[in-house]
Ligand binder design. Structure first.
Ligand code: DON
Length: 575
């Protein structure tokens, strides 16, 4: 292992020098207000013209600067996606996928699905042994867990809606990778926690592992990632999906039974999806369609609770929480049965999102009485969750909401040898066997079974809200299957409980996903509500914080107020 490190540091130096000579360093020179070696977290601020909220201060500042330089919200989103891939490697990515939801200044909605796809050699029972039992870790760890990455292609599909050239939008990420940036305490902890897995799962040493432990304030240099970004700058999409980078990905596959081929990479294509839309108390809510389950689930839940006086019931009171939990139970019950990649499975979206269906589903709801999922408890939802969301609203009123992921924290913990980026373990979001829960305790069946080229069902829920047909909120969060519930609760907090965006984001959260039949709550959830729920027969589990919600909202005076979650290093920027 020692040898791996020595080779890496020599290589680091060589590549570092090479990349500097090829690509003039311009972005941070031209934006001295952004200092990669010293920055602070800003949790909430109102801006007059444009705002960004993301999981990392540097990414938010880059997004704001790009807009100030003449870019729009789409430019900012592209720059933020790539910057997060450098400064927030646990979830920001080029080796994963995501969903971009937007409403442009003319009111046109768009959903870009750049979710990973199952490789062409994938098959239904690929994660089962001869006896039909799941092979421990195979869908979660190492190259065998990877779907074909979609993020880079997704950004190229976004480019026609942006104003600046891709080269410019990639430049901040390039410079941060080549010249390094100072890591936060949280990042240091994350990298240290995964050190062993990075070494075990990767064919070569990488920038993420060194002899000593990481600590806050250390500078992380990623010369190999810089070289990959440079190839994308020079060759466009082909700089990732073909040539040297593609060859490195395929080479890395050999180390841990991965099956992604050169052909799979070359043919990866994002899909445009018609967003899900519904009304809630005078607001129009817009969210992501399948292969996300999120938009359908929040449409169901919000329509289920609409007949009830949430404002009177109060935030996180027994009355409102028990009502919302029963809506959650019913909506999530449909997830496993009906939802999957719409190109492979007929999802009854129209029925599921109709108000009539929502009301019919609540016919047997009795206020104050605990429902029963009547099913055996499955796996427990995980606590450490890494996906990431960012929200942008620009001066013209274009709104962009993006959730992107490697699935688990640092994905499958495999760094593509020589290319310096982490690969996803998104294949675990498929139902690897009916009745076997994935890492979020989600079950599935035929709708979400593995097939070559198919996209795995997601819970990511990038969401937008308009009021009187004017842009209002862009919001989203990570958190696996808890995502739709978090967005649901965040919106109810703003719309019904009249909370500020920041208060709505920080309020303690709860989660029920039908199976297992229990309500998980965060540690600071009100005890009185917990006790009242327990008295009525609900099973309550306290768990660590879930999600890192990022939102931007337009105030009546036109200001864009941006709010980052208290739960992470989330930070806002704008002008
Ligand atoms: O697409 C999904 O639903 C999951 N892969 C998202 C994972 C996630 O949110 C993990 N982290 N917070």
């Amino acid at each position: 292992m020692k040898h791996k490190f020595q080779v890496f540091s020599l290589l680091t130096l060589a590549l570092f020098q090479l990349s500097i000579s090829v690509n003039a360093q311009t972005f941070f020179k031209q934006h001295p207000q952004i200092n990669p070696y010293q920055y602070t977290i800003v949790k909430e601020q109102a801006f007059q013209k444009a705002a960004v909220t993301s999981a990392h201060p540097l990414a938010s500042m880059v997004g704001a600067a790009i807009m100030k330089d003449g870019g729009n919200a789409f430019d900012a989103a592209i720059a933020v996606q790539f910057t997060l891939a450098v400064v927030y490697p646990g979830a920001g990515n080029i080796g994963g996928g995501g969903f971009l939801l937007s409403r442009n200044k003319e009111g046109v909605l768009m959903g870009i699905d750049y979710r990973e796809a199952a490789p062409s050699k994938a098959f239904r029972d690929m994660y089962l042994d001869e006896k039909g039992n799941p092979i421990e870790g195979m869908s979660r760890s190492g190259a065998s867990a990877s779907g074909v990455p979609g993020s880079v292609a997704g950004m190229f599909s976004t480019l026609p809606f942006a104003k600046l050239p891709m080269k410019t939008l990639l430049q901040p990420a390039y410079e941060l990778a080549a010249n390094g940036f100072v890591i936060t305490e949280r990042e240091a902890r994350g990298l240290n926690a995964e050190r062993k897995n990075f070494i075990k799962n990767s064919a070569q040493a990488s920038a993420f592992t060194r002899k000593e432990n990481w600590k806050a304030g250390d500078t992380l240099y990623q010369p190999e990632l810089a070289a990959t970004i440079l190839r994308i700058q020079q060759k466009g999409k082909a700089g990732f999906y073909e040539g040297e980078t593609a060859a490195m990905i395929v080479e890395e596959m050999k180390n841990s039974k991965g099956i992604i081929s050169l052909e799979d990479l070359k043919k990866y294509t994002p899909q445009f999806r018609k967003p899900i839309e519904f009304d809630y108390r005078g607001h129009r809510v817009i969210s992501f369609a399948p292969p996300s389950s999120g938009g359908i689930i929040i449409a169901q839940m919000m329509q289920m609770i609409a007949p009830y006086p949430l404002t009177v019931m109060g935030a996180n009171s027994f009355e409102s929480v028990s009502l919302m939990v029963e809506a959650q139970r019913r909506a999530y019950a449909d997830r496993a049965e009906h939802m999957g990649d719409p190109d492979f499975w007929k999802v009854p979206t129209k029925t599921l999102t109709s108000n009539a269906y929502a009301q019919a589903r609540m016919k047997d709801y009795q206020p104050g009485v605990a429902g029963n999922s009547k099913l055996i408890q499955a796996g427990i939802a995980k606590e450490s969750e890494q996906t990431t969301h960012f929200s942008v609203i620009d001066e013209a009123g274009n709104m962009v909401s993006v959730t992107t992921t490697l699935n688990d924290t640092y994905g499958n913990k495999t760094i593509v040898g020589g290319a310096g980026f982490l690969l996803n373990n998104e294949m675990d979001d498929f139902s690897i066997k009916p009745g076997v829960p994935n890492m979020y305790g989600a079950l599935g069946g035929e709708a979400n079974a593995i097939q070559p080229g198919k996209r795995m069902l997601s819970s990511m829920t990038p969401t937008l809200v308009t009021k009187n047909n004017q842009p209002y909120i862009t919001i989203g969060t990570p958190g696996g299957t808890t995502i739709p519930n978090q967005v649901f609760e965040g919106l109810v907090n703003v719309i019904d409980h009249k909370m500020s965006l920041k208060a709505a984001i920080d309020a303690p959260r709860f989660h029920h996903q039908h199976m297992p039949d229990m309500v998980s709550v965060e540690a600071d959830f009100p005890e009185a509500t917990i006790n009242a729920l327990k008295e009525k027969g609900y099973t309550i589990t306290k768990r660590g914080a879930f999600g890192r919600m990022e939102g931007v909202m337009i105030l009546p005076n036109g200001n864009r107020v941006a709010a980052g979650d208290k739960r992470g290093d989330d930070s806002v920027a704008g002008y």
